[in-house]
Design a protein around this ligand. Structure first.
Ligand code: ADP
Ligand code: MG
Length: 281
């Protein structure tokens, strides 16, 4: 895609600015985070950062702590140790709704949509964090409410266009193929106009064609909207292809971090994945 589409999105990426202009060094800093559940350590001293517009990936075997990392980031879990800093301020004690409002949106390992609502309705629901009118303002359809409604529609239409789900817009989500449902969930997260998008196993359970489509949409989102992403994946083929940097978790610990080609060569990573996908590549 050569020429950038004009989108109704507020482009909030600060990628071109200097540290002084942005007022922070990294978009997200996850520092020495430890999380445990009744003595079971889900994360131990995990640190990483993500920059504006970066495509950062977290890989690791089942139970490595990938989803727990996301749950810490979006305020569902509160780690016992460490800090999580978003654009220079700690969000360690913030609630999920506040974190969404600050610009961090996510999709889930198991799709969480309203199955009986249409594609359009599900994506529109993602707008609520960006909507500031109360329902009675909306009912009167006046001033701010009207402007917001029109802006919401424009954003939702852009997302439907970007993710190529036009033909499904009026269908209840439950009737759609799995790969399209995953795309709708991505669309709902995008509707929040995030600056950081957390994708939990976006290609899990997909066939090859659906996986390739999803990879293309992830790259389009970065290219056209400049949104930073953390991609969690169990399967690493996709990650090694598209990520800027990769962190590998194993039993809740960071065992490697760096460029895909560096991580791929790391002896500890090869050991953790012994006989798995990576050893085969
Ligand atoms: P991954 O997403 O990499 O497969 P998870 O983050 O889901 O791994 O899990 C990491 C570890 O934390 C596992 O041992 C898991 O059982 C444990 N864990 C995660 N969430 C909870 C929870 N709510 N209660 C107890 N243990 C949990
Ligand atoms: Mg998981």
């Amino acid at each position: 895609m050569s020429d950038r589409r004009r989108l109704s999105f507020e482009t909030r990426s600060q990628a071109g600015l200097s540290v002084e202009e942005r007022g922070y060094e990294h978009l997200l800093e996850f520092t020495d985070v430890s999380l445990s559940f009744k003595g079971v350590k889900a994360l131990t001293d995990v640190s990483f950062h993500v920059d504006d517009g970066e495509l950062f990936a977290i890989i690791g075997p089942n139970g490595a702590g990938k989803t727990s990392t996301f749950n810490c980031l979006n305020g569902v879990y509160h780690p016992q140790e460490g800090d999580i800093v978003w654009k220079g301020s700690s969000i360690l004690r913030e609630r999920p709704d506040k974190i969404a409002e600050l610009g961090i949106a996510r999709t889930f390992q198991n799709i969480e949509l309203f199955p009986h609502m249409t594609v359009l309705e599900n994506i529109t629901l993602g707008r609520h964090v960006r909507t500031h009118v109360s329902w009675w303002d909306g009912a009167i359809w006046w001033g701010r409410a009207k402007r917001e409604e029109l802006a919401n529609r424009a954003v939702v239409e852009d997302i439907i266009d970007l993710l190529e789900i036009e033909q499904w817009r009026a269908y209840p989500v439950a009737l759609l193929p799995y790969g399209v449902q995953k795309r709708v969930e991505l669309g709902r997260a995008l509707a929040m106009e995030p600056e950081l998008l957390l994708l939990d196993e976006p290609v899990a359970g997909m066939n090859l064609e659906e996986t390739e489509d999803m990879a293309r949409f992830i790259l389009d989102i970065r290219e056209e909207l400049g949104i930073a992403m953390i991609l969690v994946e169990h399967d690493m083929g996709l990650v090694m292809d598209i990520a800027d940097r990769v962190m590998v978790l194993d039993f809740g610990k960071r065992i490697a971090i760096g460029k895909p080609e560096e991580v791929q060569r790391d002896p500890e990573v090869i050991r953790a994945y012994l006989g798995g996908d990576l050893a085969a590549t």
